[in-house]
Design a protein around this ligand. Structure first.
Ligand SMILES: C[S@@+](CC[C@H](N)C(=O)[O-])C[C@H]1O[C@@H](n2cnc3c(N)ncnc32)[C@H](O)[C@@H]1O
Length: 205
């Protein structure tokens, strides 16, 4: 099988610590599975942090996914929480490229994926619950590369992350469940959640 390409179209003018951790995890896991990872639409004036820039397997593009895949749109599948059809293992034979919104999750979801939907890419849903971008890429890989049906993947919904001895924060997302039964997320993420919870999250997830 041709190696798959995962494209995250960065839709924010800035790139914070949360997105950096998510993108580093996507780069590492894509590289380890033999897939490519393209971070597209990165503004010219946005300097990426060194540890992201140097991530093995990451290609940074300043242009948008439409330009990169001009004339090959039918090979690109947009992972879209509002798509009428769920992603299935056979989509791995139909599409070479899987496209995601580089957007932080929000609660309630604001449907910023619509910015990509209106460009006319064929869409697939990953179930009814909002995932973080790195989880969405992880689940897509498990389906299209490893041929797991979407409903056979173990998930953890809305996990509670302990931020101190007395308090925890509920994450409003679905995650893949790891072998240790914990939600799979970048290693430094729990630490960042604890730090940010002290400042108050605002609408920034
Ligand atoms: C954190 S989500 C953002 C969802 C969001 N609140 C919005 O405004 O669309 C980032 C990306 O992950 C993918 N994604 C997350 N959950 C998904 C789901 N249940 N089905 C399909 N794609 C999903 C989409 O590509 C989405 O743009």
């Amino acid at each position: 099988m041709e190696p798959k390409t995962y494209v995250v179209e960065h839709l924010d003018p800035e790139l914070g610590e949360w997105s950096t951790l998510e993108y580093k995890a996507i780069a590492r896991e894509s590289y380890e599975s033999g897939a490519r990872f393209i971070l597209s639409s990165v503004p010219e004036e946005l300097e990426l942090p060194d540890d992201l820039k140097s991530a093995e397997g990451l290609s940074v593009e300043r242009t948008s996914v439409e330009v990169l895949y001009e004339g090959k749109k039918d090979k690109v599948c947009l992972l879209d929480p509002q798509a009428p059809k769920e992603l299935s293992p056979t989509d791995g034979d139909m599409f070479d490229v899987f496209l995601f919104g580089g957007i932080l999750g929000d609660d309630p979801p604001r449907d910023r994926t619509s910015e990509l939907r209106k460009k006319g890419f064929e869409g697939r849903r990953l179930g009814p619950v909002q995932m973080t971008t790195d989880t969405a890429v992880r689940v897509t890989r498990l389906v299209v590369q490893d041929k797991n049906p979407l409903e056979g993947i173990p998930y953890v919904d809305y996990p509670e992350i302990k931020v101190n001895r007395h308090e925890s924060v509920e994450m409003p997302f679905r995650y893949v469940q790891g072998d240790d039964k914990a939600p799979v997320m970048p290693t430094e993420m729990a630490e960042l959640i604890k730090r940010d919870s002290e400042k108050g999250f605002g609408d920034l997830f």
